[in-house]
Design a protein around this ligand. Sequence first.
Ligand code: HEM
Length: 220
Amino acid sequence: MLDFLKSTVGRKYIMGLTGLVWMGFVLAHMAGNMLILFSTDAFNAYGHAIVSNKPLLFVAETVLLLTLIVHVTTAISLTIENRAAKKSRYAVQPTGVKSTSWASRNMGFQGSLILCFIILHLITFKYGAHYETTVNGVVMRDLAKLMFEVFTQPGYVIWYVVCLILLMFHLSHGVHSVFQSFGFLERKMQAGLKTFAWIYALIVVGGFLSQPLYVFFIHQ
Ligand code: HEM
């Protein structure tokens, strides 16, 4: 078992499984955040409900942290091996039918930037300014106020738009490869799966994009 997990195929499975956890998280995170477009009270109450459920929060944060660490370290080990193998095998990059998409060739670059994004994102929001508000008599953190403060600054909006577009490529290729590593990819399913991967990525990123853009262009 350990030998399998250390093999290239095993590590691709690990990338896929840990990626799947984050795929579920970003979809849920995006959907919850959409409340900001409709009601600041509902958005704050939703955030408060999550942080108030301490056992659930602990489990969710631990799983997210561990899967992120495993995803990133496995990616680094696969990339190092891949580079070493490629150097000795190919003198020329394939073009035409055999060439790969920009998204798939730059997973490492996208991933590194997304990792920076996640760290800065946590500093901005999770560990950012702690404003308070009262919703239905309950005192809670005013995350909506922080979000309005952050996304009225053009620099933040541009940074979020750039990172979210990269996330879209990363997710679209990631979703496709998860099913590929799990062997779901019979020839006739390939086109459908690519479409599914892009629809998923567009929904997640389109939803996320709407939040800073709404605050910047409509709310302020
Ligand atoms: C427009 C886009 C986004 C907005 C407005 C947003 C907003 C927020 C806010 C307000 C929090 C703080 C929640 C709290 O402390 O109660 C948060 C936490 C977090 N966000 Fe985002 N987010 C966005 C995109 C993303 C993306 C793309 C990722 C991952 C790739 C992400 C990952 C996280 C993580 C991991 C947490 C911490 C969760 C926890 O430990 O409780 N966010 N986000």
